[in-house]
Design a protein around this ligand. Structure first.
Ligand code: SAH
Ligand code: DHB
Ligand code: MG
Length: 219
């Protein structure tokens, strides 16, 4: 299910508001040339996350799922000069491309990229310098675990955002055999059962089809 106008409207948003720029476009080109899947955020979505960082004055960001660093670039650019973003990526090849893209974006000083299974990287992180905003966008089967770690590693008032929580409506089938759907439904249940979280889901259409972001605030 997809309407070509969704993508056309994303192009129009980009043309009218100038959301993207040559550095971001170059990252997408480099990702494609390196054979990475085109599952980055759209420019309009990246700008949304960028604005949420600015609106909340976040200074420390945790990202789970780097890919080629496209979302990382949107997020890190919203940080003040002394801000920091830690991003976790399983695949060495993805991380290599991301490092290249982040260097071109002049963000190396603000971004720490840790390669390995995110669950392992998170397990050895401590909460002495808590994060203000967490963006979860890796394997969907791991989402409940990533949410637990995000709660452990954030301060009260922090924002937690999870990508791909609508999945073209596939979440409507509770008996789905797709482990990504099951991981997503388990995330909804975990969020609903967590008294420290107040949450909503924003459905989205556009170049990345029909999907959505879960947005939660830690109380
Ligand atoms: N946030 C990126 C897109 C991420 S795509 C953007 O919008 O630009 C999902 C990424 O999660 C992929 O690069 C994949 O390799 C990574 N990933 C998958 N399983 C993982 C795991 N267990 N730990 C860390 N990263 C993982
Ligand atoms: C997939 C992962 C993503 O993070 C995304 O935005 C789109 C697709 C995937 O694993 O297929
Ligand atoms: Mg995603």
């Amino acid at each position: 299910m997809s309407d070509p106008r969704w993508s056309d409207v994303d192009d129009l948003i980009d043309a009218k508001l100038g959301t993207s720029d040559p550095v971001l476009d170059a990252a997408l080109d480099a990702n494609g040339a390196a054979g990475l899947p085109a599952i980055d955020l759209s420019a309009a979505q990246g700008k949304l996350l960028h604005l949420l960082v600015r609106a909340t004055s976040a200074r420390r960001i945790l990202e789970v799922g780097t890919l080629g660093g496209y979302s990382t670039t949107w997020l890190a650019r919203a940080l003040p000069e002394d801000g920091q973003l830690v991003t976790l990526e399983l695949e060495q090849h993805h991380a290599d491309v991301a490092r290249f893209n982040l260097a071109r974006a002049a963000l190396t000083d603000r971004v720490e990229l840790i390669v390995g299974p995110a669950a392992d990287s998170l397990a050895v992180m401590d909460a002495t310098s808590p994060f203000d905003l967490v963006f979860i966008d890796a394997d969907k089967e791991g989402n409940v675990g990533y949410l637990r770690e995000a709660l452990r590693l954030t301060r009260p008032g922090a924002t937690i955002i999870v990508d791909n929580v609508v999945r073209e409506g596939d979440i409507l089938d509770p008996a789905s055999a797709d482990p990504k759907v099951q991981g997503t439904l388990a995330l909804y249940d975990a969020v609903a059962a967590e008294p420290r979280l107040s949450a909503t889901v924003v459905q989205t259409v556009g170049a990345k089809k029909w999907d959505g972001f879960l947005i939660a605030v830690v109380t």
